[in-house]
Design a binder for this molecule. Structure first.
Ligand SMILES: NC(=O)c1ccc[n+]([C@@H]2O[C@H](COP(=O)([O-])OP(=O)(O)OC[C@H]3O[C@@H](n4cnc5c(N)ncnc54)[C@H](OP(=O)(O)O)[C@@H]3O)[C@@H](O)[C@H]2O)c1
Length: 316
C-alpha cells in the first residue's frame, strides 16, 4: 500500500494488520494526529509469523519509530479446530515483531483482548460490582484457544521486548450496515427478520473502533513514557452492557422497535469456543497513564451509526 504522509518529518508509525477492522480505523483516524509518517502494512506486505518477512517489511525501523500490531488470528471459533494456526499468528507473531522492535529500539504497541481473562468475575478475583478487570487480574487459563494464544502472545512480546506496551480491548465494532461485526450483523438482521434473539447473560465493554483508534493515536503521540513502556493497559468505551442491550441500542439508533430484540441465553446458542460471561475491562490503567477515557459505549454507538449513515449518504 502507498504510505500515508501525515507530516513530512518525524517518526514512522507502522500499522501492522492494516487490512483488518482496527487497522482500517487507525488509518481513517490518522489525519494530522501526530508528527509521523503512517505506513499501513497488510498481510500482503508482511507476515508477522515469518522473521524474514518482518525483517524485510520493517527493515528501516529506527529507535523513534512505532509498530502498532493489529494483526491477529481473530476467528475465535475457528481457532478451536486450528490451535496451531492461532498460535502461529497470536503467539509467535508478536514474538517475532518484538524481536525486531527490541533490536531497533523501536516501540511496539501490541493489541490484545478481554479473552485473556477467565471470563467470570469470580474466577477473575473481581466482585461483580467492580469497575471491571484490571490488567494484573489475569489468573488461571483462558477458556478458549484464541484467549490462550493471545495471552501467550502478550507474554512473549513483553519478555522479548520489555519496553513494549500491550493494549487490551473488547467487543470492537465499526457499525456500518455491511460490517461483519456485531452492530453490522444486527443492522442486517433487522432488515430480514421480524424478531432477533440475542444473549442477555454475557456482560462486556462494547468499543467503537474509531474511538479505540483515537485512543491509540493519543498513546502514540504522547510517546513511550515510563507509565506505558513495559505496561499492559485496557482501552474500551466506558460502561458495560450485554449483547442484548447492545442489540436494542442498535435498533433504537436505526429507528426500529427495540422490542423486536428478544433476550435469550448463552445455553441456547452453543458455539465451538465458550463465550465469557463477564468481559468488562476497567479503564483505570488508561487514565493512570494520563490518557483520555473513551466515552460511554451508548454515546459511541450513536456516533458510529451516525457516522456510517453520513458516509453512505455522501457516496455517489
Ligand atoms: N474485533 C474484536 O471484537 C476484538 C476484541 C478484542 C480484541 N481484539 C484485538 O484487536 C486486534 C485487531 O482486531 P480486528 O478486529 O481488527 O481483527 P481483524 O479484522 O480480523 O484483522 C486482523 C488482521 O490481521 C491480519 N493478519 C492475520 N494473520 C496475519 C499474519 N500472519 N501477518 C500479517 N497480518 C495478518 C489479517 O489479514 P488477512 O485478513 O489478510 O488475513 C487481518 O487484516 C487483534 O489483536 C484482536 O485480537 C479484537
Amino acid at each position: 500500500m502507498v504510505p500515508m504522509r501525515v507530516t513530512p518529518s518525524g517518526p514512522t508509525v507502522y500499522i501492522v494488520g492494516a487490512g483488518g477492522q482496527l487497522g482500517t480505523a487507525l488509518q481513517a483516524r490518522s489525519e494530522g494526529v501526530c508528527d509521523a509518517v503512517v505506513r499501513p502494512l497488510t498481510s500482503a506486505d508482511i507476515d508477522i509469523t515469518d522473521p524474514t518477512s518482518v525483517a524485510a517489511a520493517l527493515g528501516d525501523l529506527g529507535p523513534d519509530d512505532v509498530v502498532v500490531n493489529c494483526a491477529a488470528y481473530t476467528d475465535v471459533d475457528g481457532a478451536e479446530a486450528d490451535a496451531e494456526g492461532a498460535r502461529r499468528v497470536n503467539t509467535a507473531g508478536p514474538e517475532v515483531l518484538a524481536a525486531r522492535t527490541a533490536d531497533a529500539g523501536a516501540w511496539l504497541i501490541h493489541v490484545s483482548t478481554d479473552y485473556v481473562f477467565p471470563g467470570t468475575s469470580e474466577e477473575g478475583s473481581r466482585p461483580a460490582d467492580c469497575d471491571g478487570y484490571e490488567p494484573d487480574d489475569v489468573s488461571g487459563t483462558p477458556a478458549t484457544v484464541y484467549g490462550r494464544t493471545k495471552l501467550d502472545g502478550e507474554r512473549a512480546a513483553l519478555s522479548v521486548d520489555p519496553r513494549a506496551t500491550i493494549v487490551r480491548t473488547a467487543w470492537v465494532y465499526t457499525g456500518g450496515p455491511e460490517s461483519r461485526d456485531f452492530v453490522g450483523t444486527m443492522r442486517r438482521l433487522e432488515q430480514s427478520r421480524e424478531t432477533v434473539s440475542v444473549v442477555d447473560d454475557q456482560l462486556g465493554s462494547p468499543t467503537y473502533s474509531h474511538d479505540l483508534a483515537d485512543g491509540l493515536w493519543e498513546l502514540v503521540a504522547a510517546g513511550r513514557r515510563p507509565q506505558v513502556g513495559g505496561s499492559v493497559l485496557h482501552a474500551t468505551n466506558a460502561g458495560r452492557a450485554t449483547w442484548f442491550e447492545v442489540a436494542r441500542g442498535v435498533f433504537e439508533e436505526i429507528g426500529a422497535q427495540p422490542d423486536r430484540v428478544l433476550a435469550t441465553t448463552t445455553a441456547d446458542f452453543p458455539r465451538p469456543a465458550p463465550r465469557p460471561a463477564y468481559s468488562v475491562l476497567s479503564g483505570h490503567s488508561w487514565e493512570a497513564a494520563g490518557l483520555t477515557p473513551l466515552r460511554p459505549w451508548r454515546h459511541a454507538l450513536h456516533a458510529a451509526i451516525a457516522a456510517s449513515d453520513a458516509g453512505a449518504r455522501s457516496l455517489p
